[in-house]
Design a protein around this ligand. Sequence first.
Ligand code: ZN
Ligand code: ZN
Ligand code: ZN
Ligand code: ZN
Ligand code: ZN
Ligand code: ZN
Length: 461
Amino acid sequence: MKRLISLLAVLALMCGVAAVPAAAAQTSAALTISTSKSAANTGDEVTVSVSVSAGSYLGAVDCSVSFDETYFEVVSGSESMTSSMFGEVNLKGNPVKYSGVVLNDGLTDSLTLFSFRVRVKETGGTLTLAIQNALDGRNDEDVTAAVSSNSRRSATVSCAHAYTTTTVTKPPTCTAAGQSVVTCTVCGKQVSTGTIAAKGHTAGGWTVTEPATCESAGTRVQKCTVCGAVVRTESIPAAGHKLSDWKVTKEPTCTEAGTRTGTCSVCDNTATESVAATGHKFSSWEVTKEPTCTEKGSRTGTCTVCGQTVTEEVAALGHNIPEGTVTKEPTCTEAGERTGVCTRCGKTAVEALPALGHTFGEWTVLREATADVPGERERVCSVCGAKETEEIPFGAAAEEPTESLPAAGTTVPGETDEPLALSEENPRTNGVLVGSACIAVLLIGTACAALITLRRKKRRG
Ligand SMILES: [Zn+2]
Ligand SMILES: [Zn+2]
Ligand SMILES: [Zn+2]
Ligand SMILES: [Zn+2]
Ligand SMILES: [Zn+2]
Ligand SMILES: [Zn+2]
C-alpha cells in the first residue's frame, strides 16, 4: 500500500514536469553547429558556423560555443554575422558567446547566424553548442528548451592523418605474402593495412642427388638459398660406356660381318659390336661375253682373298652414228630424231635429239610494282612465240634501278625494255648508230654516278 502511494506520487510529479515545457515548445526552430573541415591537421584553421533552420520564427537567441583549449584556439577578429539579425559575437574567452535580435515576426529563411575561426592545436577535439535563450518572434514565447532539443549540439574535428608511418607486421616469405600497417604519427590511429607480395624462391646452384651411371640417368636439384625448398629437378643423362681395349672375337670375311668386344674403363662391363664384311678383292677381270651395240656382255673375276669366282654384267654399248640425217627437227619443247648407219654394227639406227628449249627475249613490264601491290612482266620466245609472265615483287621498287644499273650499261639502248629510272634521258631509237650508242653509254654512266651520289647523300641524311 505504501509502495502504491509513492508510485502515484512519482507519476504525478512526472506529469507536472512534462506539462510545463510542453506548453512552451510550439516551435520547430533548430540551430546547427558545423565546421568547414571534418578532418584537419595540427596548425590548420577551421571555420565554425552556427546556422538556423528555415521557418524558425526566432525573434531573439543567445547561444555559446565551448571547446577544450587543448585542441583549439580562437583566431581573434575572425567573427562574421548575418545581416538579417542584429547580433554580436564575443570572441574573448571560452565559450564564444553570441546574442542576436530580429524585428517583425522573426527569421523565416535558413541562414548562418554567425561564424568564427579556430586554429587546431591538437586533432580530435569537439566544439559544443549551448542555447541560453531563444524567443519566438511571433509571440515572444520562450522556446529555449524546444530549440535546444531540436538542435545539433556538437561538431568534432578529427585527424586528417597527414603524417603516417608504415610498419611491417608480418614479413613476407618465399611463398607467403606479408602484411604492413599504416599508422598516423599524430593521432596514433591505424589508417590502413597493406599486403606485401611473397618474395619467391631464390634458386641456388645445382646439387647432384643421384649421380648418373654408364647405363642409368641420374638426378640433380636446385634448392632455394633462403628456405631450402627444391625449386627445380632435372635428370642427368646416362653417360654411356667408355669402351676401349677392343678384341676381335670373330674376324670378318669377304662376305660375312665379324664381331669385336670392348671393355668399359668406368664400370668394367663389356660390349660387343659388329665389324663390317671386307668385300671381295679382284685384281683382274676376264670378259666372258663381249657386249654389242644392243646386247649386254659379261665378265668374270676371282677374289684374291677367298678365291671365289664372281660373274658381272657389262652394259650394252649403244649405236655409234657420227654422221646422220636429221629426220625430225627438235623444237623448243619436243625432241627430234637423227637417222644414220652405225659404224659398229652397220645397221640403220635412229638417235634422239634433245628439245632445244625456248629462246626468250628481254622482259616487258606489263604493270609496274608499287609500294604495296606486285607488278607483272612478260617475255616472248623468239623462236615459237611462247609467252612467260612473272610477278614483280612489291615494296622493292625503289631498290630496283640500282640493282639493274650495271646490266643497263652494257646493253645497247633501244633493245632493252627494262623500266629504268633513267629512261627519260635514254635515247629510245631503233635505228642505232654506233656513235649514238657510245653517247648513250656515256649518258647512262653519268646518270649512274649521279644516282649513286644521290643514294649516298640519302644514306648520310
Ligand atoms: Zn591521425
Ligand atoms: Zn625459398
Ligand atoms: Zn660402363
Ligand atoms: Zn673374297
Ligand atoms: Zn650399232
Ligand atoms: Zn620457243
